[in-house]
Design a protein around this ligand. Structure first.
Ligand code: FAD
Length: 456
């Protein structure tokens, strides 16, 4: 075999044909490398849906790479000689292809970046790490913004990002004259519930590749939490776009008003269900934000909803990535409130009389999904009040959601939800009593606990 020029790594959360990894790719000299390994599903006890989503998205992306006639070394989890760890597989690929250079886009997780550097170094091969164009704000830009600040207020970062990107901006300032429409949002459904307003997200029936992956996951990870019976996520870039358009048409207009509301047996409500698609890069945030801004400019969605949605992606999503890369690895060890309890077992089963937790955990086990307020103000709030060790809370969140990748999960858990950073991210802990849950949902009706009693 002629010596390979570049071995181009595509990690499971880098499924983007326009990624910098492919800049200058030459099919005559370069090889794309992708690997499924069990270690990525077991370093935290991953939900079956999370494992299946990553694997099937990778296999669909690999098929597209092959259609482009790019040479591809794809290591399947079920290959008899699969070594089970990314580092071991990467080293074997370097030994096999003897590339002049290994190319990778900035990994999303620090553990993986350290591993890639270590393997390349040990193999004596040049490593080129390319900037990740998926994000609006680079790691370096965020670190410069954070420099010297004791507290990092998302609101100020977000306004900078609006100005930089031009999204929802007019010559005179922010669209509709305001940066923030929170007072129009945060409504509950009242007693009648979401009712006829609600249109469920499009379901994507598993195709042959996904069915094969589902069987593989059931076989290889039978003791992992969750069920695969309702797997219906899009797993290709084309279907991710269809899912986005469906959200914009049917749920974006009400998104703002009801983004904090919860309702029994309604997992998605007016949320977009696109986090996982963006996190594995089947969907680019620019595509998403341009499409929602278009809906606003065409008069199809109110500013409060559109701004509220843009804030989540251009604000929170970029901001937590910046926090992660600026403060890791020390961030993982933070425990400002000295929380020392173990995570209650019912987080893995949903078996509790507290109906709010049973609902949020139950839908998580069924779908691998809960929306932000369920994560923050139900499962997160209970762990905070109970005083659970941050590392245990972190491992649960990283394991249990279809969209979980560490750069977004960790700051949300350790910083926003558990206040372990002592106020770097949030001005105060997100603490509430059952009254908040009672106001924002129907969970408390019929629950044996009384939301009016704050203690006892
Ligand atoms: C403890 C905790 C853990 C979390 N872990 C993850 C995680 O592992 N992966 C993940 O993608 N999100 C995580 N989030 C953020 C948020 O809960 C999810 O992004 C959201 O629920 C995904 O559902 P959706 O796509 O329907 O979002 P929508 O409500 O429709 O929001 C639109 C998009 O905005 C972005 N977004 C919204 N809130 C946040 C936020 N706080 N931080 C970053 N991006 C945000 C997401 O990309 C999301 O898809 C976590 C939040 C908390 C409180």
């Amino acid at each position: 075999m002629a010596r390979v020029r570049d071995l181009v790594i595509v990690l499971g959360d880098q499924l983007d044909h326009s990624s910098a990894a492919f800049d200058g790719f030459d099919a005559a000299q370069d090889v794309v490398w992708m690997a499924e390994v069990s270690g990525e599903s077991t370093h935290v006890l991953s939900h079956k849906v999370r494992i299946a989503f990553f694997l099937t998205a990778m296999r669909h992306f690999a098929a597209e790479v092959r259609e482009r006639n790019y040479p591809l070394e794809y290591r399947r989890l079920d290959a008899s000689d699969n070594r089970g760890e990314l580092g071991l597989e990467l080293r074997a690929a370097i030994d096999k292809f003897k590339p002049q250079r290994v190319v990778v886009v900035e990994p999303g997780e620090q553990r993986v970046e350290v591993m890639v550097k270590g393997v390349a170094n040990a193999a004596g091969v040049t490593l080129e790490i390319r900037a990740d164009r998926h994000f609006y704000c680079s790691r370096q830009e965020f670190a410069a913004w954070a420099e010297g600040r004791k507290q990092l207020r998302m609101e100020f970062f977000y306004r900078e990002m609006r100005k930089k990107s031009g999204i929802l901006m007019e010559r005179s300032g922010p669209a509709a004259g305001e940066w923030n429409f929170d007072t129009d949002n945060r409504k509950s459904f009242g007693k009648s519930g979401p009712g006829l307003l609600l249109s469920a997200p499009l379901q994507f029936a598993p195709d042959a590749i996904t069915c094969e992956v589902i069987e593989l996951v059931k076989r290889r990870f039978p003791k992992h939490p969750g069920s695969l019976d309702h797997f219906d996520f899009p797993v290709t870039a084309a279907n991710a776009r269809v899912a986005l358009d469906d959200f914009i048409k049917h749920r974006l207009p009400e998104f703002g008003a009801f983004q904090d509301a919860m309702w029994s047996d309604e997992p998605y409500l007016f949320h977009s269900r696109i986090s996982g698609l963006m996190n594995v890069k089947l969907l680019n945030p620019r595509t998403v934000l341009m499409a929602v801004e278009d809906a606003y400019r065409r008069g199809e969605a109110p500013i409060a909803s559109v701004e509220g949605f843009v804030r989540q992606i251009l604000g929170w999503r970029e901001y937590v990535r910046g926090v992660y890369w600026t403060y890791m690895p020390k961030y993982l060890g933070r425990n400002a409130l000295n929380a020392q309890e173990n995570l209650p077992d019912f987080y893995w089963t949903g078996d509790t009389d507290m109906n709010c937790l049973r609902q949020a955990i139950g839908q998580t086990l069924t779908h691998g999904y809960a929306h932000h307020i369920q994560r923050l103000m139900v499962t997160g709030l209970f762990a905070l009040l109970f005083g659970v060790k941050p590392v245990e809370v972190h491992k649960w969140y990283l394991a249990i959601y279809w969209d979980a990748v560490e750069w977004v999960e960790l700051p949300n858990t350790v910083g926003m939800s558990q206040y372990c950073d002592g106020g770097l991210m949030g001005s105060k802990p997100y603490i509430a009593s059952g009254k908040y849950i009672s106001r924002m949902s129907n969970y408390c009706a019929g629950c044996r606990y009384k939301p009016d009693e704050a203690i006892g």
